[in-house]
Design a protein around this ligand. Structure first.
Ligand SMILES: C[S@@+](CC[C@H](N)C(=O)[O-])C[C@H]1O[C@@H](n2cnc3c(N)ncnc32)[C@H](O)[C@@H]1O
Length: 207
């Protein structure tokens, strides 16, 4: 799917996703808390969606959220108000971030690389805008390491992609590795369907 198709798809689901966010948090909250709970300074949330990550960030951070979908961002704005957070939101393509190099102390993103048409470009953009002594944190989903669950995911993958633009059997480790990012810590959970990363920016590396 092209970026515009994905934008249309999320326009349809944005309000529904925000209403059911509590359910998402029951499943993903512990992973978000563990990866995002200690970031500091100026923080960019890439593909922030309805702002599910926001409540897991320390209240001292200077938060900027970007997403391609105005409808998701409208819900993210409501989330900021509800949580009393003074953040900034911008409509932007994660694959071409409109920020200078080294703009952020931390770049975070959750459940996003599965929907980017070019996830490698988006990951490299995250690295570009992150300060050299900053940190990139990801919470991603992918193929389970439990056979029957992986088989079910494979069976549903095409229909799921056609409906949502999400490649839910994508392997996050493979994407991060192909982007040439330097992983400092990695963890998995929920039958291998969640993989979380702490990444150290290293733009000097040969790719
Ligand atoms: C599954 S949602 C995840 C939202 C949020 N990060 C979360 O954890 O709940 C995927 C998000 O990626 C956004 N997205 C997809 N492609 C994008 C792109 N090229 N640039 C920016 N955002 C994009 C969608 O609009 C959607 O909000």
């Amino acid at each position: 799917m092209a970026v515009s198709d994905i934008e249309d798809s999320y326009a349809e689901y944005a309000d529904w996703m925000y209403r059911l966010e509590w359910l998402d948090r029951i499943v993903t909250g512990r992973y978000r808390q563990a990866r995002f709970g200690d970031v500091e300074g100026r923080v960019l949330d890439v593909a922030c969606g309805t702002g599910t990550n926001f409540r897991y960030l320390p209240d001292t951070v200077d938060l900027v959220g970007i997403d391609i979908s105005p409808e998701m961002l409208a819900n993210a704005a409501e989330q900021l108000t509800e949580l009393g957070i003074d953040g900034t939101l911008q409509e932007m393509d994660a694959q071409e971030l409109e920020f200078s190099d080294d703009s952020f102390d931390a770049v975070i993103s959750a459940l996003s690389t599965c929907t980017f048409p070019d996830p490698i470009a988006a990951l490299r953009e995250m690295e570009r805008v992150c300060k050299p002594d900053g940190t990139i944190r990801l919470v991603e989903h992918g193929r389970s390491d439990i056979g029957p669950l992986a088989t079910y995911q494979e069976w549903r993958a095409d229909a799921h992609y056609a409906k949502t633009g999400c490649r839910w059997t994508q392997e996050p480790r493979e994407i991060v590795s192909r982007a040439g990012l330097r992983v400092r810590d990695i963890d998995t959970g929920l039958f291998g369907t969640f993989t979380t990363f702490e990444i150290t920016p290293d733009r000097g590396d040969e790719r």
